[in-house]
Design a protein around this ligand. Structure first.
Ligand code: SAH
Length: 253
């Protein structure tokens, strides 16, 4: 399984630089991932290679003009075109989440369009773009960071990309819950001890404690996720009632 991503941006080096490091760099070296950053300015035909213009109807700032974007999408420059589906990063898109990362990881290839300034001419979104994703309810200066978020979230789910095959299975959102708390050495840090259950060697009890902590944390921090699962099952509730006992402590904190 491998993934190819075409990115359309006025800052291709931002994309190239980030994806060449760490897990994404390794994934590319091993052939699990390839990312091609297309310079939007290659689609511009005037001497200044301009890609933006003032908004019709007035208002502040500039808007990415459709011509250069269409030229890159259609491969007018190198004849190669870009992979489909084409996803635009916009604050008004569908909220990107782990389930979508999972879907993208299995697609084999897709493309990302990064906006800048006040955004992208609506006719490009209407006629060329298959989907719009937002990475959250805030406004960035450009789509590049959002594109990198999408690429990294999808690429790390390709089997082999992470060193440990179990990692994407047990983590936050994989099963509709936030992850349980993690601890590493030392056993005591500034007077704070690691929960005794983790030192017990009893794998069944550790698994039960972790699930109970994941349930408790999700209930406290993201009740919407519990609701989306259809509420707590009887088994979940029973487990929550046993947290202190599982942890090996007398009283809850
Ligand atoms: N005027 C626009 C914001 C433009 S921000 C508006 O009010 O909706 C410039 C570009 O940054 C956008 O075109 C988009 O590509 C990117 N961007 C900003 N915030 C984003 C977010 N939350 N998710 C994804 N992309 C975002």
């Amino acid at each position: 399984m491998s993934l190819h991503v075409d990115v359309i941006t006025i800052f291709p080096d931002m994309i190239r630089s980030y994806v060449s490091e760490s897990i994404l760099g390794r994934a590319q070296t091993l052939g699990y991932l390839s990312v091609t950053a297309h310079d939007l300015r290659d689609g511009a035909h005037d001497a200044r290679r301009s890609v933006d213009d003032t908004p019709f109807g007035g208002g502040p700032g500039m808007v990415l003009t459709p011509g250069p974007i269409a030229a890159v999408i259609e491969g007018a420059n190198d004849g190669a075109g870009i992979a489909r589906p084409l996803i635009a990063l916009t604050p008004s898109g569908k909220r990107f989440d782990q389930a979508q990362a999972q879907t993208l990881a299995h697609l084999g290839s897709f493309s990302l369009l990064c906006g800048r300034y006040e955004g992208i001419d609506q006719r490009i979104l209407d006629h060329y773009v298959d989907e719009e994703y937002s990475i959250g309810d805030f406004v960035l200066a450009g789509g590049e960071l959002a594109a990198l978020v999408v690429i990294e979230a999808a690429a790390r789910l390709i089997p082999g990309v992470l060193g440990n095959e179990d990692s994407p299975v047990a983590e936050s959102f994989a099963d509709g819950l936030l992850e349980y708390p993690q601890y590493t050495k030392p056993q005591e840090f500034s007077g704070a001890q690691v929960p005794p259950v983790l030192l017990s060697g009893d794998h069944g009890r550790i698994a039960s404690w972790r699930l109970a902590k994941a349930l408790k944390r999700t209930l406290e921090r993201r009740p919407d996720l519990i609701e989306a699962k259809g509420g707590l099952s009887e088994a979940d509730q029973a487990l929550l009632g046993r947290i202190d006992e599982l942890e090996g402590r007398q009283k809850s904190d």
